[in-house]
Design a protein. Structure first.
Length: 239
């Protein structure tokens, strides 16, 4: 992985920031993207190694995404790895979910990953061994009461990932989906430790590093594409 360029969307915090750290430790130059430029910069500045950059970009905005990837291309060169970790949740029962929340979740989680894949792809097609990891969720496969819109965004992302994997395999670009369960980040801050203890066979939350290390496995595995890798402590077995 040494000196390759990795772009991590949603890289300022949580699973994305952990992936950025692991990639930097392997010698990658990392472009950290999040809506907040200041937060992305703080994460990029703390990474080991050199050549990291940070950019503020809302991945749900097509023009912003296009310009951001053009700027990365200009300053850093071709993209080898793309991790799509930007995501939001607005969990509520459907009858209590406002249409604007539906749009926000679908735009960031689904459209956002489509836009960043599209913006990075031309550059990745030129890069031997390039790979994408999109981050879905175990609930995209199994559903979850109170998370219908979020689950739909992640199920859509799974279909998108498998289709794109077929589209670009002949050009040696691999595309996989990481599907985490309960991971301890800002997104799950409201959940209690007992929620995981009761529902997860391994009896605990996963850490951002545990989820991110599975993303690195997918990026590094030259014969793995079109896969969904659950990192859920066995949660799916209990759903
Ligand atoms: P997190 O700690 O809340 O971090 C979310 C990241 O996404 C932040 O860097 C945030 O930065 C960025 N982001 C949000 N909206 C964005 C936008 N419109 N444009 C650009 N960046 C945006 O979340 P996490 O738990 O690490 O989640 C990472 C991914 O894993 C998400 O896709 C999430 O759905 C998925 N996931 C998480 C869990 C879990 O248990 N934590 C389980 C299954 C799946 P800014 O706020 O600065 O934009």
């Amino acid at each position: 992985m040494a000196s390759r360029l990795a772009v991590v969307c949603g890289g300022s915090r949580g699973i994305g920031a952990a992936a950025a750290r692991l990639l930097a430790r392997r010698g990658c130059r990392v472009a950290v993207i999040s809506r907040s430029e200041a937060a992305a910069r703080a994460t990029a500045e703390a990474l080991p190694g050199e050549g990291h950059v940070s950019l503020g970009c809302d991945v749900s905005r097509p023009l912003e995404v296009q310009r951001t990837f053009e700027s990365i291309q200009k300053t850093c060169g071709d993209v080898s790895y793309l991790v799509n970790a930007a995501g939001v949740n607005r969990d509520a029962l459907l009858l209590r979910t406002q249409p604007e929340d539906m749009v926000a979740v679908l735009h960031v989680n689904l459209l956002g990953s489509m836009l960043t894949c599209r913006a990075a792809l031309r550059s990745m097609l030129r890069t031997p061994g390039a790979a994408i990891v999109n981050i879905g969720s175990v609930v995209g496969r199994n559903g979850s009461a109170g998370q219908s819109v979020y689950s739909a965004s992640k199920a859509g992302l799974e279909g998108f990932t498998l289709s794109l994997a077929k589209e670009v395999a002949a050009r040696d670009v691999r595309v996989n989906l990481l599907a985490p369960g309960f991971i301890r980040t800002d997104m799950t801050a409201a959940l209690q430790e007992e929620d995981a203890a009761l529902r997860v066979p391994l009896g605990r939350f996963g850490s951002a590093e545990e989820a991110a290390s599975a993303a690195i496995f997918l990026l590094e595995s030259p014969y793995v594409t079109g896969q969904v890798l659950l990192v859920d402590g066995g949660l799916q077995l209990a759903m």
